[in-house]
Design a protein. Structure first.
Length: 205
């Protein structure tokens, strides 16, 4: 399965996917990486592994239509079958979602549908979780649609929240879980074991 990865940050989830591929745990190939930030660590990871890497954001183009057309051209040229959002902090354009309906996955650092939506990214998620007083958090892999963090949930895993946890220590716990379940969810898609009906998704064993 040909995967394109979109990332905005240091690229730890991207690297976890690459490691899973190298171990033989994920039957896929990353065809290219896109980042909306020129300084993103994910770009350096891609270049260090000879993976085509592109810095693309809407401000580089005269219109949104030109920007989306460029993204779709790249996806088509590289024969992409699946898009993995590994810490990508921009909304995916509706034309891309339509072209890759049920073929875009995001990993979110909380147990959706709680603690999702606009503004819920990075440390802000963990601050909200700690402030709420809940005793468990975790990570979710979900299908991307036109609403933030509302697409069908494919996989989740929980972590316990200790009394002494801070947003930073919780973030580290959840990140380890993200690195575990994101490759597993993509593997299920690569093997054709995911079924999606409306807002429900499940993995067949």
């Amino acid at each position: 399965m040909n995967i394109a990865v979109f990332a905005s940050g240091r690229g730890s989830n991207f690297e976890a996917l690459l490691n899973a591929i190298e171990r033989g745990d994920l039957p896929a190939r990353v065809t290219f990486l896109v980042s909306n930030k020129a300084e993103a660590g994910a770009l350096e990871i891609a270049r260090s592994r000879s993976i085509p890497a592109f810095h693309i954001n809407q401000q580089q183009f005269p219109s949104e239509d030109a920007y989306v057309t460029k993204l779709l051209e790249l996806l088509n040229q590289h024969r992409v079958e699946m898009i993995a959002l590994a810490g990508y902090l921009k909304r995916i354009p509706s034309r891309v979602i339509e072209r890759f309906r049920n073929k875009i996955l995001n990993v979110h650092p909380a147990l959706l549908p709680s603690f999702g939506g606009a503004g819920m990214y990075g440390i802000h998620v963990h601050e909200a979780v700690i402030h709420s007083g809940v005793k468990v958090s975790g990570a979710s892999v979900h299908v991307v649609d036109e609403e933030y963090d509302r697409g069908p949930i494919v996989m989740q895993k929980t972590v316990e929240i200790a009394d002494a946890d801070t947003p930073q220590t919780l973030a580290a716990k959840v990140l380890r879980v993200e690195h575990e379940i994101f490759p597993l969810a993509l593997k299920a898609f690569a093997e054709g074991r995911v079924r999606i009906e409306g807002r429900r998704a499940w993995i067949q064993q």
